[in-house]
Design a binder for this molecule. Structure first.
Ligand code: GAL
Length: 419
């Protein structure tokens, strides 16, 4: 049974109902001269995107200095810890990066972020974003972030020359991957390279999606799918089989070094979001000749999405400049400067498609295609709040060691936060 993009997004987020936190930014006597922006875009493939956005911001706001408070580390695992301390200590930046969806749940509840509804109305954004995305970021009528992009999580990256030398084509299912893996290992290559814990969770969600299908996957996060059911346990078993064909015993330090193993030809595949496209381009590689990509096994025509967005923290030292930063993030110019560098597609539906080439030309078309099924990422904040994600992280680090699928399923189900 097909599920439309709009339908899935609506179903996935219908249960979001949290106490809103109203209030606008305090009026400024003097215009702000600087804006401190907190993100985790410090590494290769990410900082280039941020730089392009900042350059466009500077063009529109020559009087405002950009203070880059980026903290390195893929998926923001380190940055989010640093940020939490700052927010608790009443020391917010002017704007911080967060994923659209449930990742902001606790911050909204704690009153850390302002409602930006007035900015949305002023800028006319509401009908410029996909309806499902607006629904995902609306909590009790309030909107606390401005999405700058849409990333796709479920992608399998490879080098055509490596596959040619192995006589292989990319696997369409995880069973295909497992069938290839022994042959790849016999040739002395790692079938799938992997990095730290968050990349293992990223792999997990996409194995579950690929084996269970979009609808059952979506139910894992809404309560509609029983974690201890036979199909889920079987999918978890596939995850352990896949992991056994990876270099998880000696994982790379972060997602870029894991991809480097594919670049140098010591690994055949890496499963990563489309920020990998930006990174591979920084290596001087050209799409289709130097690197290729397919939907991760079993997920053809499914978009496992996430969206980077920016907030206005309550008590931001420079709220006037912060609002200008948010206007930049939500603008066509800003999104069309940022996304071609970042390896993502614009969140706005009225951006200039001609600016998206190579891998991104196909991504823009697939995202806009009404037949594409959309589900939300666990690892990147769409479908589960931070509390549940933290419990899943703990359970996963045990699961990766003991491979006890039933115990993992029980721990994940028990950790669910119903918010
Ligand atoms: C995601 C983020 C992406 C990219 C990736 C790797 O969480 O949304 O923009 O930065 O982490 O760090």
């Amino acid at each position: 049974m097909g599920v439309s993009r709009r339908g899935l997004l609506a179903a996935g987020f219908a249960a979001l109902a949290l106490p809103g936190c109203g209030g606008g930014a305090a009026p400024q006597a003097e215009p702000d001269r600087k804006v401190e922006v907190f993100s985790w875009w410090a590494g290769p493939g990410e900082k280039e995107g941020l730089e392009a956005l900042v350059a466009d911001f500077a063009k529109h706001n020559p009087g405002i200095a950009f203070d880059n408070a980026a903290v390195a580390g893929g998926a923001g695992t380190i940055a989010r810890t640093v940020l939490a301390t700052r927010l608790q200590n009443d020391d917010p930046p002017d704007s911080y990066q967060a994923h659209a969806g449930r990742e902001l749940t606790e911050d909204i509840r704690a009153g850390y972020v302002e409602d930006l509804r007035d900015l949305y109305e002023e800028q006319g954004w509401l009908d410029k974003l996909p309806g499902g995305l607006v629904q995902a970021i609306t909590v009790n009528g309030a909107i606390h972030c401005v999405p700058v992009n849409i990333h796709r999580s479920n992608l399998l990256w490879y080098r055509p020359q490596t596959l040619a030398s192995l006589g292989l084509t990319p696997p369409a299912t995880w069973a295909d991957f497992l069938a290839q893996a022994d042959a790849i290992a016999k040739r002395g290559l790692t079938p799938l390279s992997i990095g730290p814990g968050w990349t293992q969770k990223h792999l997990l969600e996409n194995v579950l999606l690929g084996v269970l299908g979009a609808q059952t996957y979506a139910g894992l996060w809404t309560g509609g799918t029983d974690w201890s059911s036979a199909p889920v346990l079987a999918a978890l078993q596939v995850f352990t089989d896949v992991l056994a064909r990876s270099d998880v015993a000696t994982p790379a330090g972060d997602w870029q070094p894991a991809l480097d193993r594919v670049v140098t030809g010591s690994a055949a595949y890496n499963l990563m979001g489309d920020w990998a496209d930006a990174y591979l381009r920084t290596k001087g590689l050209v799409f289709t000749e130097g690197y290729g990509v397919v939907a991760s096994p079993g997920t053809d025509r499914v978009y496992n999405f996430l969206s980077d967005s920016f907030t206005l923290p309550r008590g931001a030292p420079h709220p006037g400049a912060a609002r200008k930063w948010l206007v930049e993030c939500g603008s066509v110019d800003g999104q069309d400067a940022f996304n071609p560098q970042k390896g993502s597609v614009p969140a706005r539906t009225d951006a200039d498609r001609a600016k998206y080439t190579g891998y991104l030309a196909a991504a823009v078309a697939e995202w806009a295609d009404a037949g594409t099924r959309v589900v939300g990422s666990l690892t990147h904040g769409v479908v589960a709040d931070t509390a549940w994600n933290a419990k899943i992280d703990t359970a996963l680090s045990t699961f990766v060691q003991d491979r006890d699928a039933a115990a993992f399923a029980r721990a994940v189900a028990a950790g669910r936060t119903v918010s």
